[in-house]
Design a protein around this ligand. Structure first.
Ligand code: KIV
Ligand code: NA
Length: 264
């Protein structure tokens, strides 16, 4: 870590303990995350993770509100942020406000997140000036993969850095309180973190971001194939498979229910 780089960073923002963020989509998982995390994101990744959709594009506002309500019931201390789904905010600041206000009012969450950089700055300013805190999301933005040419790490070509840095600057100036930086090279993530005063929350980005986020089901080992940037901190799919297999065997050999499991 070059000393000059650290000094440059501390000039922009003081060194602090990294923000711990995870996704959650249900009340019981939110309760588990709430005990350890600073921020819970009800991500639109729930379309793929929970509902088996092929992408996040089919997720609706109603789905986000329903899962948001569940997460709010399950959590008490962490900041809950809910993703605005594809098509619910891009059209105009007024459309974004109308739908974000529904999310806030019907769930009681603290803030919303939306994807996009400079092109969303006007909307972010519109929402924040009217009482809706916004977390921004730049770099690889999954709702835009059909125009980005797929899930590709951003910033490998240094000629693209100015656009990404301009996105970070624009959303910060528009009033976003934090910034998810997804799927960018470590060097670009570090430049972004150094260039804005709001905290950056990395996913597939850099350890030097001001916080980290992962999809809960990925880090628990509940999902199958995961990207390189995921560390599996658990193996819950294997645990669940073993438990279900044991249940099936016990039912078939009539060892379940046993004496302890029946009412007399
Ligand atoms: O939908 C989601 O889970 C997200 C995070 C991975 C940042 O947007
Ligand atoms: Na998302």
């Amino acid at each position: 870590q070059p000393a000059a780089q650290s000094a440059a960073q501390s000039a922009v923002k003081p060194a602090a303990e990294p923000i711990v963020a995870l996704t959650a989509y249900t009340a019981p998982m939110a309760a588990l995350v709430d005990a350890h995390a600073d921020l819970i994101l009800v991500g639109d990744s729930l379309g793929m993770v929970v509902h088996g959709m092929p992408s996040t594009l089919g997720v609706t506002l109603e789905m986000m509100i329903l899962h948001g309500q569940a997460v709010m019931r399950g959590s008490s201390r962490a900041l809950v942020v809910i993703d605005m789904p594809f098509g619910s905010y891009e059209e105009s600041p007024a459309q974004a406000f109308r739908n974000a206000a529904r999310v806030m009012a019907e769930t009681g969450c603290a803030a919303v997140k939306l994807e996009g950089g400079a092109q969303m700055a006007e909307t972010i300013a519109f929402l924040t000036s009217r009482g809706i805190p916004v977390m921004a999301h730049i770099g690889l933005t999954p709702q835009a993969t059909n125009v980005m040419g797929g899930f590709k790490t951003q910033g490998r070509d240094e000629s693209t850095w100015p656009a990404h840095l301009a996105d970070a600057q624009a959303v910060a100036e528009a009033g976003a309180f934090a910034l998810v930086v997804e799927g960018v090279t470590q060097a670009l993530a570090d430049r972004i973190t150094d260039s804005v005063t709001i905290p950056t929350i990395g996913i597939g980005a850099s350890a030097r971001c001001d916080g980290q986020i992962l999809v809960l089901d990925d880090m628990l080992g509940l999902t199958g194939r995961v990207p390189r940037f995921v560390r599996k901190f658990g193996d819950l799919a294997a645990d669940a498979d073993a438990a279900i297999a044991a249940y099936a065997a016990a039912v078939r050999d009539r060892s379940f229910p046993a004496e302890d499991h029946v009412y007399r």
